[in-house]
Design a protein around this ligand. Structure first.
Ligand SMILES: [Zn+2]
Ligand SMILES: [Zn+2]
Length: 73
């Protein structure tokens, strides 16, 4: 399972910075504007690594920390 990079939704090339009707832009704004990591409860910043787990984004650092704890138990 590979990690992905959080897109920069303040970048015009990623999401239109003015109101628009693009489905992709709406999805991006919704996904990254409000979403919080399930493990640490923090938001996502552009450029952070993340994984999708059950369709939910989680910081790669948080998930790797947790996986490490589990394997060390
Ligand atoms: Zn757009
Ligand atoms: Zn996190």
């Amino acid at each position: 399972m590979g990690w992905l990079i959080v897109p920069d939704i303040t970048d015009e090339r990623v999401v239109c910075q003015s109101p628009c009707n693009h489905r992709d832009c709406a999805v991006m704004r919704e996904q990254w504007g409000e979403s919080k990591c399930r493990i640490c409860g923090e938001g996502f910043k552009a450029g952070q690594r993340f994984y999708y787990e059950d369709g939910v984004a989680i910081h790669a650092d948080c998930l790797e920390d947790e996986t490490l704890k589990q394997t060390q138990r």
